[in-house]
Design a protein around this ligand. Structure first.
Ligand code: KIV
Ligand code: ZN
Length: 497
């Protein structure tokens, strides 16, 4: 019989720590429900003591899902654990995830402490959490750079204190796959009582080795993996959930998960669209080019026999070539159905708004694809915004200065301005700044086509600095200049004053 590998999804905790990609509680519930359908075993729903938003999200996710265990993160501090327990009160299955840094870097510089005291604090935290819940996971932060002998002592002690799962994070993404695998094996071989707990991997991708390290951990005995959809997470991200699921499906390693791989693509799109975080086109499994064979030799081979160049059937990850394309003649019901297939359920009022935006896009584009629809369904923030773009007109060309005139509606009042600039976007942004006179600096600016074709929706992500703080904004429009101005306005709408 195959061994079971537990999938611990931390998209909504570690994944959501990406600056500018925070979700509100409603969006988190939407993602959590899709993760349940995907078949994950554990959903790490947040770090309740860190903010009221995280606290509420853990409560609401606990109410919204049935089958997966809902997990809340804490430091090895009693008030964190009290707070996590409070937030988990509605969870049908619950887990507290507590822990402390165990590398000498953390012990010396973060805690100004020593190994014995840190070990004692970890044990005390597990015992304290055990008063509330049966299922307690302990993390040894920066285990990747923790000396194995000391790590084994910590793991043994927390298992003795009642930890049901022990997480061995490579917090800095430093380990080599052989090294990380050897670390897990060392623990399997040297920790008394290791069979009473599940060992978990938690790998970061700073050197691009997160998936390899996770797999190496599994091959050496870990039976839980901590992963995120699209590999999102702070810095270079976490281990990508879809990569681990598909590796185990493609290779017969005698290890299986509960993941329904056919739901992978939709969840990936949903997370990307709600977080306004594009998936790189060449991303394994879920990137737009992951199954696109463009060279003549490859196309010829694939046409003769698909297995010549394809190791995964796109249908196995939920990519359906025959997916329905909506047009301007599609009704509200067709849009609702398509959203349902994509895993999105909208209230009637919101559906009406999305449908009106859909009609505008469908007027300009021949076919409206799934990607367009996900962008439309995700881009709802402008409705609540104080500043809105009324109109924009730009003239530009080769050998002439670009000129933009633009109208804004600021809390019901109309403002107009024009400006010339070095290109149409520069002119439009200068016109905007003629109305909103603040010291703000554009720090980052990316434009991405949603699918293909010259009539495509363009997505713009911007980072604007104001009073030393970075704000993130997003715009989507078939007109890329308008999308850029919308993204800039989105940043301004997020300003704290
Ligand atoms: O990377 C890490 O060490 C973590 C822990 C808090 C689990 O995210
Ligand atoms: Zn982490």
């Amino acid at each position: 019989m195959n061994d079971r590998l537990f999938i611990f999804d931390t998209t909504l905790r570690d994944g959501e720590q990406v600056p500018g990609c925070q979700l509100n509680t409603v969006e988190k519930i939407e993602v959590a429900k899709q993760l349940e359908l995907l078949g994950v075993d554990v959903i790490e729903a947040g770090f309740p003591i860190s903010s009221p938003g995280d606290f509420t999200s853990v409560i609401e996710i606990s109410k919204a899902v049935t089958w997966p265990t809902v997990c809340a993160l804490t430091r090895a501090i009693e008030k964190d654990i009290d707070c996590a327990n409070e937030a988990l009160r509605f969870a049908k299955r619950k887990r507290i995830h507590t822990g402390i840094g165990t590398s000498d870097y953390h012990i010396k510089y973060k805690f100004n402490s020593n190994r014995e005291d840190v070990l004692a604090q970890g044990v005390a935290a597990v015992k304290y959490a055990k008063k509330y819940v049966e299922d307690v996971e302990f993390y040894a932060e920066d285990a990747g750079r923790t000396e194995n002998e000391y790590l084994a002592r910590v793991v043994e002690a927390v298992i003795k204190a009642g930890a049901t799962v022990v997480n061995i994070p490579d917090t800095t993404g430093y380990c080599l796959p052989s090294e990380y695998g050897a670390k897990i094996k060392y623990l399997m071989d040297h920790v008394d009582g290791i069979d009473r707990a599940v060992i978990s991997t938690h790998c970061h991708n700073d050197l691009g080795m997160a998936t390899a390290n996770t797999l190496s951990g599994v091959l050496n005995g870990a039976r839980q993996v901590e992963v995120t959809i699209n590999g999102i997470g702070e810095r270079a991200g976490n281990t990508s959930e879809e990569e681990i699921a598909m590796i185990l499906k493609c290779h017969k390693l005698g290890i299986e998960t509960n993941i329904n791989t056919r739901r992978i693509y939709n969840v990936s799109r949903l997370v990307s669209s709600l977080m306004n975080m594009p998936v790189q086109p060449n991303k394994a499994i879920v990137g737009r080019n992951a199954f696109a064979h463009s060279s003549g030799i490859h196309q010829d081979g694939v046409l003769k026999n698909v297995e010549t160049y394809e190791i995964i059937n796109p249908k196995d990850v939920g990519i359906d070539d025959n997916s329905i394309i909506l047009t301007a003649r599609s009704g509200r019901a067709a849009l609702k159905h398509r959203l349902h297939v994509l895993g999105i359920e909208l209230e009637e009022k919101r559906l009406d708004e999305v449908y009106q935006n859909f009609l505008k896009v469908a007027d300009k584009k021949k076919d409206v694809t799934d990607d367009d629809i996900l962008v439309l369904a995700g881009a709802n923030r402008s409705d609540a915004h104080k500043i809105k773009l009324d109109y924009l007109q730009v003239t530009s060309g080769v050998g002439v200065q670009s000129v933009a005139s633009l109208g804004l509606n600021i809390a019901g009042e109309k403002f107009e301005a024009c400006a010339s600039g070095n290109g149409p976007i520069d002119a439009a942004v200068k016109a905007l700044k003629n109305i909103i006179k603040r010291e703000m600096t554009l720090k980052e600016f990316t434009i991405q086509a949603v699918s293909k074709g010259s009539d495509d929706l363009g997505k713009v992500h911007m980072q604007v600095e104001y009073k030393g703080v970075s704000y993130y904004g997003f715009g989507a429009n078939t007109d890329i200049i308008a999308a850029s101005v919308e993204a800039y306005i989105d940043c301004i709408n997020n300003f704290k004053d």
